[in-house]
Design a binder for this molecule. Structure first.
Ligand SMILES: Cc1ncc(COP(=O)(O)O)c(C=O)c1O
Length: 483
């Protein structure tokens, strides 16, 4: 396989160029849809409503891309359903663990997504969203995660049921059933199959080395217990085989043993009607990932049709719990190149005014690649470089250590700003929000951008941390007005 393409790979300037479906170079500057990104930090051209420039580093939260992605996927499945004559519907659920920020979850719900969650604090978030009118009464809430008796999450879910009826706990351990039965409340429940990983057969799936879900024997036991409970109904079957699965065929082939289990369960339990493939739908966090979403949707639906016909059961409704796909590309993070260090290393170091490893933990933990492009000077010559974060950690670099992907940035580093793109899923959740991080670097200012269709941009600036905030976290008593 070729290396992940993370940016411009030539020494020649970038003249007007389209990088992907939301990033383009126009007259030396980088645009995200219609937003001039350099304008946010250096100004100099037409103001788009912000009215000032912001300090670096800067986090960008660009909400229209969340709506666009949700709309595209719902459209993709609507077309695939029409093309294949599929007799079921598609549920788009946002897996909120990918990014729990209020504006993100609110935007996903506003775009029609159902809600997937996994912890007791999530229950509080759902209560708030409901009270604020963002979670309509008919919107499904899918509760994944561990929830055995005695856990706060379990008790909170039982309380949530009385204010939001379409709540579906997805049982992933036999010990999760008794509290639901004992609640006496009429729960629709799901069962999670142990299915993580690539497998061709049920035996392989059962042998998967994963702490998530129930192996087949326990799954059937759970289904029987649900059928015997007067207040429970088995309506959903959940099987997730991984995250960022980049082949449509491997994705559906990996789900096939689970589809067979679904059909067998459906023969015995007629209330069962949702096949939930969990997460795993990939998103292009680099410039050369190709995934054919239409082909994936068609293949999934035709495989469901084929297997259900074989077992003589109706096809299910299909649910996707989309985390990374929903939010990866709405988030970007901009830094200034503060110095260029030529110290006889293999490549010159462009040192930026923030930390790569704490802002995007997957770069050093998983050697994950993200798109990196300059915001300005695109119309000038480039050279191959490496980025260095401003911390003292040898892993605070990009591209990550074993990477073969070349990174080119402009030779002219006067007032040069660079952006990391497609970092909106998991990175902030893993790195933490407003904590205290490596080398005590404060959190950046955040700019939340939204617009109605193609209307003018609306901006909200959320202040970053001060040095006093950081010191406070660490137990220092900071006299007022000192930092
Ligand atoms: C149960 C469940 N559903 C959905 C997701 C979202 O996965 P992705 O980000 O690949 O869409 C996850 C991620 O860990 C998960 O654990």
């Amino acid at each position: 396989m070729t290396h992940p393409v993370i940016g411009w790979e030539r020494e020649t300037p970038v003249h007007n160029h389209v990088f992907n479906d939301f990033l383009s170079a126009r007259e030396g500057r980088l645009y995200l849809e219609d937003l001039d990104l350099a304008q946010l930090l250096v100004g100099g051209r037409q103001d788009q409503g912000l009215g000032r420039v912001l300090p670096s580093p800067l986090e960008l939260v660009y909400l229209p891309l969340i709506r666009r992605r949700i709309g595209q996927m719902r459209q993709t499945f609507a077309e695939a359903i029409a093309q294949t004559g599929y007799a079921g519907r598609f549920y788009y659920a946002y897996a909120s663990k990918a990014n729990e920020a209020e504006e993100v979850v609110r935007t996903a719900l506003g775009a029609g997504a159902h809600h997937e969650m996994s912890s007791w604090v999530d229950v509080e978030i759902v209560r708030l969203l409901k009270a604020a009118g963002h979670l309509p009464p008919d919107r499904l809430v899918i509760a994944n995660g561990f929830k055995v008796g005695g856990m706060a999450y379990t008790d909170d879910l039982i309380r949530l049921k009385s204010i939001h009826d379409p709540l579906i706990p997805v049982v992933e351990d036999l010990a999760e059933l008794p509290p639901l039965v004992e609640s006496g409340l009429p729960f629709d429940v799901g069962l999670r199959q142990k299915s993580y990983g690539q497998h061709q057969t049920l035996a392989e799936m059962d042998a998967a080395d994963s702490r998530f879900g129930l192996p087949s024997a326990q799954l059937w036991q759970a289904a029987e217990a649900i059928a015997a409970a007067p207040n429970l109904r088995l309506t959903l079957y959940h099987a997730m085989i991984g995250s960022q699965i980049i082949s449509e065929h491997e994705f559906v082939a990996g789900l096939r043993p689970a589809i067979e289990v679904y059909a067998q369960l459906r023969q015995r339990y007629p209330d069962l009607h949702i096949f939930d493939y969990g997460g795993g739908v990939p998103v292009a966090m680099t410039l050369n990932l190709q995934f054919d979403y239409c082909a994936f949707a068609r293949l999934l639906l035709t495989t469901l049709q084929e297997v259900c016909t074989q077992y003589g059961v109706p096809v299910p409704d299909v649910m996707g719990e989309m985390g990374r796909y929903t939010v990866a590309d709405h988030g970007a993070h901009f830094f200034k190149v503060v110095t260029v260090k030529e110290n006889e290393s293999l490549l010159p170091w462009y040192v930026i005014d923030g930390s790569i490893m704490t802002s995007f933990p997957d770069t050093w933990a998983l050697s994950e690649h993200f798109i990196v492009l300059p915001l300005n000077h695109l119309d000038r010559p480039f050279r191959r470089v490496r980025l260095g974060g401003i911390t003292c950690d040898s892993d605070d670099i990009y591209p990550p250590k074993p990477s073969q992907s070349p990174l080119y940035l402009p030779v002219d580093t006067r007032d040069l700003y660079v952006g990391f793109f497609c970092i909106g899923a998991y990175q902030e959740m893993l790195g933490g929000v407003k904590g205290t991080k490596h080398c005590v670097l404060p959190e950046a200012v955040e700019l939340v951008v939204d617009r109605d269709d193609d209307g003018p941009y609306q901006f909200q600036v959320i202040p970053g941390q001060t040095a006093a905030d950081v010191m406070h976290n660490l137990g220092y008593v900071v006299p007022e007005n000192t930092v």
